[in-house]
Design a protein around this ligand. Structure first.
Ligand code: ZN
Ligand code: ZN
Length: 342
């Protein structure tokens, strides 16, 4: 079978043997794989300290084709499943450590990554698989990381007392994650102010249900004029300017939810302590979500409340071109590989 591999920082498509599923693993034949911005960062070596070798791709939809010992407790051959859980933490969690028991499975002391959806087959730890109805098309593969990450971030609003009805800002609202956050937060009942750049992207943000869409360069004045400041900002930007804006847009006691992972070369989040004091702000990070969040999101999507916006599809062999296009921000929403066999 064909599989994408990162080798010494360079990206190749290789012919490799079809893997066997191990204990508690299901072999999934992938019918679609989403191309996440994280894959681009990995392929480009943007994050200093992250290994530059291994399988990549962490969003997929496929069908269970074989089961390793014990996996039949979780799935059956023929089940159509979505997999990924954002890669980090989607490969295994022990269920018994302090973090697992608290519901933070990504932080499990025995956690494993789930990587390798840019391939025809992938063996996956079966408890991490979520069954999906046939009504959800293969184009919904990016729900597995992009959608889940946005869903997890919106749920953080509730956990921190930002109730539906209040104004929130989504920074990077037309992007691969942001476009989900606008739909999900709108469905939860928030007044969503979508921030992005350029008329076409703002029009897209409005079409997703945002009550207001503003250009990043005008956002501060527009938001202050409209609502004073937002109760929360969700930051999906891959640029540090987006993080600065997200903080500046906050009203008193605002919640800043950081989600984007800019390249290391973008530098650090800088907050003026006096501004921090004056706003009495809360700053948190929100990373992906749990398998239970994934189940909730699948139900949400099946009910028609969130939909992946896919602007580009292609075969595995087109991945290098898709990475170039993604880097140049040449399309809205997401790209999905719909043929992993060539
Ligand atoms: Zn654990
Ligand atoms: Zn991802």
């Amino acid at each position: 079978m064909k599989a994408a591999r990162l080798e010494a920082g360079a990206f190749h498509i290789r012919d490799v043997p079809i893997p066997d599923p191990g204990t508690d693993e299901a072999l999934v034949k992938l019918s679609a794989a989403g191309v996440c911005h994280s894959d681009l960062h990995l392929a480009r070596g943007d994050w200093v300290g992250i290994p530059e070798i291994g399988s990549i791709g962490h969003e997929g939809i496929g069908v269970v084709e074989a089961l390793g010992p014990g996996a039949d407790r979780f799935v059956a051959i023929g089940d159509r499943v979505i997999l990924g859980l954002g890669g980090a933490g989607g490969g295994y969690w022990c269920g018994a450590c302090r973090q697992c028991i608290a519901g933070r499975t990504r932080l499990c002391v025995n956690t494993r990554m789930l990587m390798g959806t840019f391939a025809e087959y992938l063996p996956v730890w079966a408890p991490a698989l979520v069954k999906i109805p046939d009504s959800l098309s293969d184009h919904e593969a990016p729900l597995a990381c992009g959608g889940l990450t946005a869903y997890g971030a919106v749920k953080k609003l509730l956990a921190h007392g930002v109730v539906p009805g209040r104004s929130i800002a989504v920074i990077g609202a037309a992007g691969g994650l942001g476009h989900y956050a606008v739909q999900i937060a709108t469905a939860f009942g928030y007044e969503v102010i979508g921030v992005d750049v350029g008329a076409q992207r703002l029009e897209f943000v409005r079409s997703l249900g945002a009550s207001m869409a503003v250009d990043a360069n005008e956002a501060l004045d527009a938001v202050r004029g409209a609502v004073g400041g937002v109760d929360a900002s969700l930051i999906f930007s891959a640029k540090m300017a987006g993080f600065r804006l997200g903080f500046d847009l906050l009203g008193p006691h605002g919640l800043m939810v950081c989600v984007g992972l800019p390249a290391t070369s973008e530098g650090n989040i800088e907050i003026n302590p006096f501004a921090f004091f004056a706003k009495d702000a809360t700053i948190i990070y929100s990373a992906v979500g749990t398998v239970e969040d994934m189940r909730e999101l699948v139900a949400f999507a099946a009910a028609g409340k969130v939909k992946s916006h896919v602007s580009r599809t292609g075969a595995l062999s087109e991945l290098p071109a898709i990475f170039d296009e993604l880097e140049a921000a040449r399309y809205l929403g997401r790209a999905v590989l719909t043929d992993l066999s060539r």
